[in-house]
Every structure is written in C-alpha cells, then in structure tokens.
Design a protein. Structure first.
Length: 493
C-alpha cells in the first residue's frame, strides 16, 4: 500500500465542468428556485462543481416533458427495430468515448481508472443487449382449437422514474435506461447526489444518437427532495430503484398510495463459502477480488468469507498476505486496485466499522488509512478473522474494502451462517464436490450464486436479491416485462 502518484499529476480530466444543470425536454436548465449543491472530489474532498438541486417543481417539469414525449410520440410507437438503431448508436458513442467517460467517472467517484473503464464498456454493452432483445422479442399467443384465440399486446407503460446510487453510477444508470427506452417508455433519471458527473454526459450522447427530445430527462438533487418528488409524482407509474435497503423501504411506503410498479435492487452482505476441497489459490484470488474491487463499494461484494476449519488457518494467513499486497492508489493511476471512497461521509461510515471490527474480530490486515495517504478517502484493505455471526461487521453492509472471515465445521453450519443475515443478494461457493455445490446453491437464500467463479454474468440472466436485498428481478426479458404492460386479447373462434 504505497502512494503511486502524486495527487495532481494528470489527475484532472480534460473538459471537467464546474457546473451541472438539469436536462428537461431537451434543454439544460437550472432549478426553478436556483438552488445548487456542491460535489466533492474524493481525493481532496474539495468541492469541484456545483449541481442544480432539484425539488418538486423541477420534477414536475421533467415529468411533464416526459409525459408529452410519451403522448405525442414518436418514440413509444416506433418499430422496435427503429428504437434499436438509436440504442446501437448510443452504444457506439459510449464505446468511442470510453476513456473520457472512465476518467470522469473515476474523478467523481474515486473508482480506479481501469475498473471505471470496464464499467463504461459494460454500459455500452447494456444498450446493445437491450437493442437486440426488443428486436428479437416474441409475444405469447395461445390457441384453444375451434374455440378461442388469445394473444398478448405488449405496450410501454409511460414515464419511468429511475433512481440510482453512486457506486458505478454510469453503468447502473445504463442498466435501467437501456431497457426502459428500448421498450418505448420515456424517463426521468435522478442520479445519486455524490456522483452526478457521468450522468450529465447522457444528454449529449442521446441527442447525438437521435433520441427525440423529452424522451430522456434528468433532474439532479438530493434523494429526500428530487428523489422523493419523483416517487410521489402521480404521473410516474414505474419506479426502478437501486440503493440501500432502508431507502428502498421508504420508497416502498411512499409509492404505496399510487400502487406503482416497483423494482428494488437493494443492499447485500454476501457470503463466500470456501470448503476444504476447493482450489485454494483460485478461491483466495476470487475472494480478494470479490470484496476489494470497485473499492468494496459493490452491492454483490463477497464481504463475509466462511472457511472450513480444516483449512482455516492457512486460508487466513494467505488471504491476509494477499490483502496487504492490494495496491491502494490515486484513482487515475492505472496500477491502482483500490482508489478513494466516494465521499467523506461514506469514508467515516466505513472507518467506524473498521473501529467496531477491532473489538469484534482479529485484525489481520489493514485497519485504517494506508501509509502515504494522509488525506482523501483512502482505506487500507482490511481483513478481520474469527468474526462471530452476531457481530455487526458480520451482519451489516459496510460497502467498503473490509471483509469478515468466519470458520465453520460442517456443511449445515456453513449454510446457517451463509443464510444468517437479513440480506440475500449474492453468494459464492468454492468446492470441488459438484454435488455439494449444486445442493448447497439450492439451499442458499440468495438471488444469485456463483460456483467456483466470480461475479461475471450473462446479461440474459435474472439479476436481483431476496429478503432485504430487493424485490423483483431485472436482466434479460425480466427487464422487458417490468417496463411493459402485457394486455391479453381473447377472441372466440
Ligand atoms: P441510497 O439509498 O442512499 O441512495 C440511492 C439513490 O436514492 C440516490 O439517488 C438517492 O439520492 C436516492 N434517495 C435517497 N433517499 C430517497 C428518498 N427518500 N426517496 C427517493 N430517492 C431517495 O444508496 P447509495 O448509498 O447511493 O448506494 C449504495 C447502496 O446501493 C448499497 O446499499 C448497495 O448495496 C446498493 N446497491 C444495490 C445494487 C443492487 O443491484 N442490488 C447495486 C448497486 C448498489
């Protein structure tokens, strides 16, 4: 954990704006009341831009623009192929600007530049994927011979409200924007207030790709103001939300009187279970990556590692050694593996868990600021061993480069530990016993399971969690289902 570059050598991306506005009906506009908020750069924690702070009046204007674009068309009524052409163009533009996008994202969020680049490419892939999917879409038809014919009309729903978090913001926005637009809806996006920079690039990309004005609208602002107004807007029938479980609960309550369609992708405390017959080196590499990539600010992070007691000591020793070798550095440095956490508030939260962990487990790596980083939101990759299941660092989502390791003896114990938290987003299993792997996967309370592998998923598969990790699934046709009405038509033959 050594400083790899000085904070100012080539750190600031070219063309960095100092002011962000909303984007409503094809126009960049300030808030109705002129309010703004400051956005900090996570390396210095100095404000580097001001963004318009949207409130209910700004959301009203954005929803009106989106509603107008939906009613007047042509977007919802275009052939899927025509919409797909625009989406493919969006993907081309994102790909051609991946370096610039990554630099902006890395500067704003503190993500390591190489990882931000991967996320920009994934954003392009999301647009390509949903463009293909709507063109290939088939709709159900059912025939009762001689009696009845039934078929399904699939229709866009209207104005979709998209509320996104600050971790991998651009990619997560694309994950909602692409299917919402592909299916013919119009949208209002409310990006996270910690990281509004990359979202501001969508407006130019969409305009260049030929998306009609008013189809995409963006309102910056705080969750409790702009986000809240979007959730409570009567003309927004759908809310797709990604963020903390607690925020999901609030949104659920606020959307209830309107009976809105909700997709909830929430928090996690995902287990990685390592049995004694696993390929140990592969398991260590993967579980290091699983919690320290993306600064540990990853919803599917394998933040609890459960290890069979027969290999426990060896695992902990090797894991701690490898964690100490993970390179903390400035986000723009290509050799950096862990950058700066997004915001001082989040840094304080993660550091408070590091302190809690010192009383709850045995610290074997990290445990504070890395050497050479006296300011900025840098946290050394931190590993606690011997963590009991009732410990807060075992139960609560930390969302940083901090991991808890816990031993188990039997498969039953491992399952109990794995399922013994309120979350159920992802799980990782390491064993060479295939029968056990499949049976164990089946018993896990997790929306997604990786067997002897790490966090790579085909875009056609369902994405979502159980328990406090979410409600509903996105991914492949499940996203298409969420963003469309399915009307059944029955004809007597
Ligand atoms: P957050 O819940 O604080 O904020 C998410 C978004 O909701 C932001 O845009 C915020 O402004 C908005 N918001 C906040 N309060 C609101 C309210 N009352 N009404 C409407 N909108 C409101 O989450 P975060 O800290 O930005 O993101 C980190 C969390 O997101 C973690 O818990 C992480 O696990 C989760 N996450 C989940 C997934 C997934 O797919 N399951 C993916 C990424 C992140």
């Amino acid at each position: 954990t050594v400083a790899r570059a000085t904070p100012d050598s080539g750190r600031v991306p070219a063309g960095l704006p100092t002011k962000l506005q909303h984007y409503i009906g094809g126009q960049h506009v300030d808030s109705v009341d002129g309010a703004t908020f400051d956005v900090l750069d996570p390396v210095t924690n100095q404000p580097y831009l001001t963004a318009a702070a949207g409130k209910a009046a700004d959301i009203d204007a954005a929803v009106a623009a989106a509603r107008h674009a939906f009613e007047q068309g042509p977007w919802p009524r275009l052939q899927p192929r025509e919409r797909a052409k625009v989406l493919q163009k969006i993907a081309d533009i994102v790909e051609s600007r991946d370096q610039q996008l990554a630099e902006m994202e890395s500067y704003d969020s503190g993500l390591p530049i190489t990882q931000a680049l991967g996320q920009a490419r994934r954003a392009a892939e999301n647009f390509r994927f949903f463009a293909d999917l709507v063109v290939a879409q088939t709709d159900d038809a059912f025939k009762v011979p001689g009696r009845q014919m039934n078929y399904v009309n699939r229709k866009p729903i209207g104005v979709a409200g998209l509320i996104t978090p600050w971790n991998t913001p651009f990619m997560l926005e694309s994950w909602k924007l692409a299917p919402a637009l592909a299916t013919g809806n119009t949208v209002v996006l409310k990006p996270a207030e910690f990281t509004p920079l990359s979202a501001s690039l969508w407006a130019g990309i969409f305009a260049e790709a030929g998306l009609p004005e008013g189809v995409f609208n963006l309102v910056n602002g705080l969750g409790e103001d702009a986000g809240d107004a979007l959730v409570k807007h009567p003309e927004v029938p759908l809310i797709s939300f990604t963020g903390e479980s607690r925020t999901g609960e609030i949104i659920f309550g606020n959307a209830a009187p309107f009976l809105k369609g909700l997709s909830m992708e929430l928090g996690g405390k995902s287990p990685a279970v390592v049995f004694d017959d696993a390929d140990l080196d592969a398991a260590i590499d993967a579980t290091i990556f699983g919690v320290f990539s993306l600064n540990g600010e990853r919803c599917t992070a394998g933040s609890r590692i459960l290890v069979q007691r027969t290999i426990y000591d060896e695992f902990v020793r090797k894991y701690a050694e490898q964690a100490e070798r993970v390179r903390v550095g400035y986000p723009h440095d290509p050799s950096t593996e862990v950058g700066a956490l997004v915001h001082p508030e989040h840094y304080d939260k993660v550091m408070s868990y590091v302190e809690i962990g010192k009383n709850e487990g045995r610290l074997v790596a990290g445990g504070g600021r890395p050497k050479g980083f006296d300011s900025g939101n840098f946290v050394a990759p931190t590993v606690f061993a011997d963590v009991a299941p009732q410990a807060r660092i075992f139960q609560e989502e930390i969302f940083g480069p901090v991991v808890a390791i816990t031993p188990f003896d039997t498969e039953e114990q491992a399952l109990q530990l794995a399922n013994g938290v309120k979350y159920g987003l992802a799980a990782y299993i390491w064993t060479n016993n295939l029968q056990r792997a499949h049976n164990f996967a089946q018993s896990l309370e997790a929306g997604m399971v990786w067997l002897n592998s790490n966090n790579v998923r085909d875009l056609r598969t369902p994405f979502g969690g159980v328990k406090a990790s979410g409600l509903g699934h996105e991914g492949g046709y499940r996203s298409i289902d969420f963003y469309t009405e399915q009307q059944a038509v029955h004809i007597t033959l």
